[in-house]
Ligand binder design. Structure first.
Ligand code: UT7
Length: 380
């Protein structure tokens, strides 16, 4: 057993394209005033045609590995929390494992709505603390713009795209992920869901015509749930870690609505300067929102070694979760150009390796007699 799981690297990726409230007000019956007053959002990032959850995850992961001074083949585990994987299967994390050249890593995706990243932190840190793995990459990544109904003003003003990654490493030094709490209440599943595309309602003309492949949400009810759960989960995780709200240097809440963040801040009696928000720039990026905020807080020097941080989220499921984290990593120094070049070479090798494996598989299929075909002949 190694008693601690530390965050040793972090990285993020957001698409270049920013969609402003004014632009949205030309698409649906809304206004900058309404969106700003009701949500706090000013703009959100939207992927370009070629970008996906995988491509953003890859950039975020590469940055995190650079900060951690680790090579992809040192990863034991890759977890991507997402409700917008590139495909239903294979898992986006497996495609990332291949793209990174993380040849030793196990990989799986995790679906826990906007709480996904906190779920990922909880699971990965426990695997590290139990001694199963030494190094894990945990990502929250979403391409929500692809499941948003751009004619529904109640939802399209809220969501955005992005990815954030952290690398967890087992260590003997005190700190890192001190405690996590995770919860679920499926009775509220229909409050926030994507009805079709799974085995219940597979894609059909009807599901497309009825808009069942878009996010559907009962906003007010989710709002009430969030305002109740965020402070409760924060208190619970602090209690589990043997700490109190007075010990918290920075709260990183799920970035869904500034009014929810402020209500939680008041309920916890936290000064606003100890609560991080970048919602105005990115909107709600679901499972990417906490790691995106964490990365920016770390890069801005808002978290210093020794500080206590709490990440707390809520979302579809319904789910909720919180993680109490003692930050142990100093600000990273910029990577020297030679090391940057070597890293680029490493990723080029990963691409080449992937292509060669695909070519070998193809060749192998051509040259090897199909054992099923042989069995079939025997039966005849
Ligand atoms: O990550 C977890 C996912 N989701 C959330 O966290 C969302 C939680 N909920 C919320 O953030 C809020 O409920 C919303 C931002 C979604 C909505 O804010 P609200 O203050 O709860 O508004 P509302 O739904 O009660 O709607 C108030 C009015 C309605 O008009 P009427 O019926 O009062 O005439 C809506 O039709 O605002 C109208 N409205 C809009 N007006 C202009 C709804 N959306 C818009 C819009 N622009 N985009």
């Amino acid at each position: 057993m190694t008693p601690y799981a530390h965050i040793v690297g972090w990285g993020k990726c957001v698409p270049e394209r920013a969609l402003t409230n004014d632009e949205l007000s030309e698409m649906v019956d809304t206004s900058d005033e309404w969106i700003l007053a009701r949500t706090g959002i000013q703009e959100r990032r939207i992927v370009g045609e070629e970008e996906t959850t995988l491509s953003m995850s890859l950039h975020a992961a590469q940055q995190a590995l650079e900060v951690a001074h680790l090579r992809p083949n040192q990863l034991d585990l890759i977890v991507i929390a997402t409700v917008t994987p590139d495909h239903l299967f294979p898992a986006t994390s497996c495609l990332l494992q291949d793209a990174l050249g993380a040849t030793r890593a196990a990989a799986f995706d995790l679906s826990a709505g906007c709480t996904g990243f906190v779920y990922g932190l909880g699971i990965a840190s426990h695997l590290l603390i139990a001694g199963v793995y030494r190094t894990a990459l945990v990502i929250g990544a979403e391409t929500l713009s692809r499941i948003t109904d751009w004619q529904d003003r109640a939802t399209c003003v809220l969501f955005g795209d992005g990815a954030g990654a952290v690398i967890l490493q087992a260590g003997e030094n005190e700190g890192g992920i001190l405690a996590t709490v995770l919860g679920a209440d499926g009775s509220g599943g229909e409050l926030l869901h994507l009805p079709a595309g799974g085995s219940r309602y597979p894609a059909s003309h009807r599901t497309v015509a009825e808009g069942m492949h878009y996010i559907q949400m009962r906003g007010r009810e989710v709002f009430r749930f969030a305002v109740r759960k965020m402070p409760a989960a924060t208190q619970e995780v602090l209690q589990k870690a043997g700490l109190s709200i007075a010990d918290v240097n920075l709260l990183i809440p799920h970035q869904a609505n500034q009014r929810i963040i402020e209500a939680a801040t008041r309920a916890l009696d936290l000064p606003p300067e100890r609560v991080y928000s970048n919602l105005h720039r990115y909107g709600n990026t679901s499972s990417a929102s906490i790691p995106l905020a964490l990365c920016e807080a770390a890069d801005e020097g808002r978290i210093q070694p020794g500080d206590l941080m709490v990440c707390v989220g809520f979302g579809a499921g319904l789910t909720w979760g919180a993680a109490a984290i003692r930050w142990t990593r100093p600000q990273p120094v910029p990577t020297p150009p030679l090391r940057r070049f070597l890293r680029r070479l490493l990723y080029l090798l990963a691409t080449t390796r992937s292509r060669l494996r695909k070519a070998w598989r193809w060749l192998n299929a051509l040259l090897t007699r199909d054992p099923m075909a042989k069995d079939g002949r025997k039966e005849q």
